[in-house]
Write a protein that binds this ligand. Structure first.
Ligand code: ARG
Length: 562
């Protein structure tokens, strides 16, 4: 339990005020001589109709001192609390094992996470990086909390996009080589078709024809479509493997082809479908534009499929929570879909659906990234570049390192992931190579480097003994600040799930690394006094565990040396 919880509980037993409200008022004094926590009574004065001074002194008299809190001072309208440092050190360090941070609060509950979801036969470009990385982290966060997690890759594998590629393939297949890396030729065809379409809009008819054939179940066209899906997935899987992303289902848009009638039937039965300019729509409250279910051309649409997918997910997963990690530009779409689901009679599920939006990726000049030489940069190119650049830095800094390539992979991939998760997800991400790979900035490599430092200290120590630790050797300010941070870790994971915000973990890890750095700079870890050395080594080891576990939850590996 967090100190703030303990204190709020104690204060709540004395005054008649909501514990959460009390918790909000608890502060951390700027200077630890004024206590570790402070409770200002000013805001309670009105509610309790007493002066802050009187409230503080009444609470001060009645509050019971416990193992956690050893002293309380009443100063004006403030209560200053002093924690029992020795207990803090002992209890925290004794609770840290290799699985520290994991819990079972999610046991018996299912979360469905819809993420990544690239569109087949188009390059897997930087536009899908954030959904993949944020969704991948949320997947691991919920797992760590014991939830049953279902990761779904709702592939864009149906419609005009893939039909254009098939139409292009049918026209130009003899001009390309499909023997080695067929996806590259497929992507070239996709780009070529789109370019040509600008000059000769009539070729769009060829793609329409392909889609009609697909809808009619024509065998040759369907085989071609399946082949394109399989080679696309093969190339996406390379990226997923590289960054450790896992999916339990690849049911994409096409999977719902035969499942949309049910949606339409329910909407019809409930009289929710309204004719509007030839289309059939569901009207929305609060001036929201209507949700189109059937277009004026008579076809179903993105929202129809998402509704069919929701019914399927309700039937098959009976989810407690369904989250969609998709860019902010689809906010309206998800509002409409969730509202429609509610109107269809699934209020209970609709209120547990949540769109998790995120900001854009901008270059160092603040411009939207995505094109270079007119072509989208693929994720594969980005990760390869990150790995190459990391390898160069390693060559410069530590050329004798064994398994350099493997470490460069962890560093390069970790750097991209950390950069994506470093700030509030809704903020735009700045993609600047100099920042991303800066070993002393607030970056992935800095975190990995801090971990590596903990491990090298442990390797270099002699006569290490972790039984019989003298915890009184860790009462200095730097050790205490570090241990307070370590104690927060399980709560940090929970709140990152509550807010669907992996950056809560990345910010926390940076703070922890900085606390440890201050400790390391102020105190000799390897020293003459063996008792002191063992205590400091235990702290070092536990910092290593938390960094490793925290990074793993974000999808980042930790090398032992770098
Ligand atoms: N394929 C879509 C896109 O790239 C994202 C799909 C998100 N998931 C969903 N269930 N709509 O924009």
């Amino acid at each position: 339990m967090d100190y703030k919880d303990v204190l709020a509980q104690k204060i709540g037993n004395i005054v008649n005020i909501d514990i959460n409200e009390i918790k909000e008022y608890i502060e951390i004094p700027p200077n630890s001589e004024l206590g570790d926590y402070a409770f200002p009574c000013f805001k309670l004065a009105k509610e309790l109709k007493k002066s802050p001074q009187i409230i503080a002194s009444e609470i001060g008299k009645k509050i019971n001192i416990s193992d956690d809190i050893e002293k309380v001072d009443v100063v004006g309208g403030y209560l200053n609390f002093y924690i029992n440092k020795k207990n803090l050190v002992k209890n925290t360090l004794e609770s840290i094992t290799n699985t520290y941070g994991q819990s079972n609060i999610g046991e018996g509950k299912t979360v469905v996470i819809d993420y990544s979801a690239p569109n087949i036969a188009k390059p897997f470009h930087i536009g899908h990086l954030r959904s993949t990385v944020i969704g991948g982290a949320l997947y691991k966060i919920y797992k760590a909390l014991g939830y049953n997690v279902v990761g779904i890759n709702h592939l864009g594998d149906w419609g005009m996009g893939v039909s254009k590629t098939i139409a292009g393939y049918e026209m130009w297949k003899d001009e390309y080589d499909f023997s080695e890396n067929p996806i590259n030729s497929i992507l070239k065809i996709y780009v070529r078709f789109n370019k040509l379409e600008k000059e000769e809009p009539e070729i769009t008819d060829k793609a329409r024809n392909v889609l009609q054939r697909l809808e009619a179940g024509d065998k040759d066209t369907t085989d071609l479509w399946k082949w394109i899906i399989s080679i696309s997935l093969e190339s996406y899987n390379k990226i997923y493997d590289l960054i450790g992303c896992k999916f339990d289902s690849y049911n994409g848009e096409a999977f719902y082809n035969d499942k949309m009638d049910r949606v339409i039937k329910i909407l019809e039965d409930k009289n929710l479908l309204v004719d509007s300019e030839g289309a059939r729509v569901v009207m929305m409250p609060d001036n929201m534009p209507p949700c189109i279910i059937i277009t004026s051309a008579g076809t179903t649409i993105y929202a129809t499929r998402d509704l069919a997918a929701l019914l399927y997910r309700i039937d098959n997963y009976n989810f407690d929570k369904a989250i969609y990690v998709v860019g902010a530009e689809q906010t309206l779409h998800f509002k409409q879909v969730f509202k429609t689901l509610e109107l269809m009679g699934y209020e209970k599920y609709a209120k547990n659906c949540e769109h998790i939006p995120f900001g854009l990726i901008l270059d160092e000049n603040g411009e939207k990234i995505g094109s270079r030489k007119g072509n989208a940069i693929t994720l594969e190119e980005i990760f390869n570049e990150a790995i190459e650049k990391s390898l160069k830095i390693i060559e410069e800094k530590n050329s004798s390192l064994e398994n350099k390539e493997e470490v460069a992979k962890m560093v390069g991939v970790g750097a991209i992931i950390f950069n994506d998760l470093a700030n509030n997800r809704i903020k735009d991400e700045i993609f600047d190579w100099k920042q991303i790979l800066n070993f002393s900035g607030e970056t992935g490599p800095y975190m990995q480097y801090t971990y590596v430092r903990t491990q090298s200290i442990l390797r270099n120590a002699k006569n290490v003994k972790f039984d019989n630790i003298d915890y009184s050797k860790l009462l200095d300010n730097e050790a205490i600040e570090t241990i307070k941070k370590l104690k927060e870790f399980p709560e940090v994971i929970k709140s990152s799930a509550d807010k669907n915000e992996p950056s809560i973990i990345s910010r926390y890890l940076i703070d922890l690394a900085q606390c440890f750095s201050r400790f390391y700079n102020e105190h000799q870890i390897i020293c003459d006094d063996e008792t002191t050395q063992n205590a400091r080594l235990l702290l070092t080891k536990d910092v290593g565990i938390v960094i490793k576990n925290g990074l793993a939850i974000l999808g980042i590996e930790t090398p032992e040396k770098m």
